[in-house]
Design a protein around this ligand. Structure first.
Ligand code: ATP
Length: 260
């Protein structure tokens, strides 16, 4: 089995707040993988560690089989990342920003032009190419951010809550884009709260709670693990597994404090 991303026993705290507690995660090449979990479960922290925006306290993260701390620069060429809250330079035009993104990813000038033509067409941003980013709507900015993450046609596209703020046509387009990419052997890794979308779109998901992987696999495996029955939805599976994780977490906490 070839994994594009592997997390082994990853720990991360922010000034005493324990965000990840020995997280293990495996994303396979050529799949759409979904990271789901309640608010504060550690999804954004996980994605930021993988893309190199945050340092973990301990553990091992491999991208394409290579420890990211051993080779901290090379692996970034493989990745396109779209954060949860997009922050783009308001003073650039869409085209200027995409040229800049292409240059820092090492794409040739000729190829950047081709990619911009393709991506602005795909995201219906052609008439905004020469508009300043400051003049764009929230959803358009999100599309520009995704276009920027795709400029070098990365093997691994990582998106934190990609559907938030995007209109239904845009969401449909994104889902098609993700499916097209995996057909080409590329990988899409998203975090999302939209469980019905995750159910239809993702090949496999991981459910995380309090910085730990509660369960991962395809829906069939998750139904078995949660004993929710053949007709259960991902939402039902999720609620059951999170409830069990909560009970276990409370019990562990009480045991630790000697109250059981
Ligand atoms: P959400 O679904 O609400 O976006 P999440 O699963 O992405 O949540 P994270 O943002 O990774 O969760 O947060 C995990 C934990 O780390 C939370 O307890 C959060 O309060 C804490 N945390 C995240 N970022 C910081 C920070 N910069 N400083 C302090 N604590 C943080």
């Amino acid at each position: 089995m070839t994994f594009i991303v592997e997390l082994i026993d990853v720990w991360k705290s922010y000034n005493g707040i324990q965000a990840l507690r020995g997280l293990n995660l495996e994303v396979r090449k050529g799949e759409i993988f979904g990271l789901i979990g309640p608010n504060g479960a550690g999804k954004t922290t996980t994605l930021k560690i993988i893309v190199g925006l945050l340092k973990m306290d301990r553990g091992l993260v491999k991208v394409n089989g290579v420890d990211i701390y051993e080779k901290p620069y090379e692996y970034k060429k493989l990745i396109g990342y779209v954060p949860e809250s997009v922050s783009l330079p308001d003073y650039l035009t869409v085209e200027e920003f995409l040229i800049y993104s292409g240059k820092i990813r090492g794409v040739s000038t000729k190829h950047i032009r081709e990619r911009i033509d393709h991506l602005t067409n795909l995201f219906e941003l052609e008439d905004k190419r020469r508009s300043l980013i400051v003049s764009l709507s929230k959803g358009m900015r999100q599309k520009v951010a995704i276009a920027s993450a795709l400029i070098h046609d990365p093997d691994l596209l990582i998106l934190d809550e990609p559907f938030i703020g995007i209109d239904p046509m845009g969401q449909h387009l994104l889902k098609e884009l993700f499916s097209e990419r995996v057909k080409d052997g590329k990988t899409v890794f998203i975090s999302t709260h939209m469980l019905d979308t995750a159910e239809r779109l993702c090949d496999r998901v991981a459910i995380i709670y309090k910085g730990q992987n509660v369960a991962s696999g395809d829906l069939k495996i998750l139904k078995q693990l949660s004993r929710t029955g053949e007709n259960a939805t991902l939402e039902e599976v999720f609620l059951k597994l999170i409830e069990e994780a909560e009970v276990k977490s409370t019990r562990d906490e009480m045991l630790k404090r000697g109250r059981l």
